[in-house]
Write a protein that binds this ligand. Structure first.
Ligand SMILES: [Mn+2]
Length: 316
């Protein structure tokens, strides 16, 4: 961590990168890093391959998360919450490659992170990348202002399901408490993210419930391309639905299969670490954590994928 802090201190133009289809931890960590660097008088820019989902827009004040970084020449690149280099998306990866061999830092909490930068700080025990950033900022003697506190707390709550998951430690709660003392409003974050869902997301969830298939203590369901059109739902509205499948009695694993244009996305969620869903997602080239993972099949076929998932769940 010492070398990472030195490198950040020595840099002037820092490009901050989050992962594609960003979640709250990716967005929160990018924004918290941005305000920290700005507070130290540095130039900083956040580059993301996908737009900020509606539910996280409240924190993206002044549209600081950008889809390009034209004219910005970084002397340091910081990857946040990105389990692999490819997770940042093809377009962003190309932009980074065009910069040549700029030094990079990789800060992440995914267990299989292959340490793709010169400087890597990976802590798979941390609840979130935001929790790790708090530790780094503390070492750097950063004055945690409201913007930083709110962004960090948002990442921590979204990666822990609002402090429900087994990645929550007493340290997580201590940090959350400090962030609230700095002014971060937990209820406001809960309202924006959990209590403000578009009705189209509710309709999508209804279809997912109608199509549940149970295999013992496991359940899977799916969303078709036509659902998005019928309902008028955005692709990002699927993000929380898999948890709704999991949160039922006698169910320990939930899988949601989503037809997304010509591709297939899959989300895997588990309770209590009974099954290694990181390995399960790995069968499709994906990954994540034991209890939460995802995979992507380029040019996948929905009915074929359903068949494969059904077999895998029977044998799991
Ligand atoms: Mn994360």
């Amino acid at each position: 961590m010492k070398k990472i802090i030195e490198t950040i201190n020595d840099s002037n133009n820092v490009l901050i990168i989050g992962h594609k289809r960003p979640d709250g931890d990716s967005i929160g960590s990018c924004i918290a890093m941005y305000y920290t660097l700005k507070g130290r008088g540095k130039n900083a820019s956040i580059l993301n391959s996908d737009p900020v989902p509606e539910s996280f827009e409240f924190i993206n004040t002044g549209n600081i998360i950008k889809n390009d970084c034209k004219g910005f020449i970084p002397d340091l690149i910081i990857y946040l919450d990105s389990a692999t280099e490819e997770r940042v998306g093809d377009k962003v990866l190309k932009t980074i490659n065009d910069f040549g061999n700029t030094i990079c830092i990789n800060i992440d909490h995914h267990p299989n992170n292959p340490e793709y930068c010169e400087l890597n700080y990976i802590d798979s025990k941390a609840s979130s990348t935001c929790e790790m950033l708090y530790g780094i900022f503390n070492e750097m003697n950063v004055e945690i202002n409201l913007s930083i506190a709110e962004a960090l707390l948002m990442g921590m709550v979204t990666d822990t399901g609002f402090f429900k998951f087994d990645n929550v430690s007493s340290e997580t709660m201590k940090i959350a408490s400090i962030l609230m003392e700095k002014g971060a409003d937990l209820n406001k974050i809960a309202h924006e993210i959990e209590m403000n869902r578009p009705v189209e997301e509710i309709h999508l969830t209804t279809r997912v419930y109608e199509r549940m298939t149970f295999i013992g203590n496991k359940v899977y369901s799916y969303i078709k391309n036509s659902d998005f059109i019928d309902i008028g739902a955005k692709s990002e509205y699927t993000d929380g639905i898999v948890n709704q499948l999991l949160y039922q009695r006698k169910i320990d694993v939930a899988v949601l299969i989503i037809e997304d244009g010509s591709n297939i996305r899959m989300s895997f969620r588990g309770k209590g670490g009974k099954y290694d869903l990181n390995t399960l997602a790995g069968i499709f080239g994906g990954g994540g954590h034991i209890n939460a993972s995802g995979a992507f099949i380029k040019n996948g076929v929905l009915i074929d994928t359903i068949e494969i998932i059904e077999k895998l769940l029977v044998d799991l």
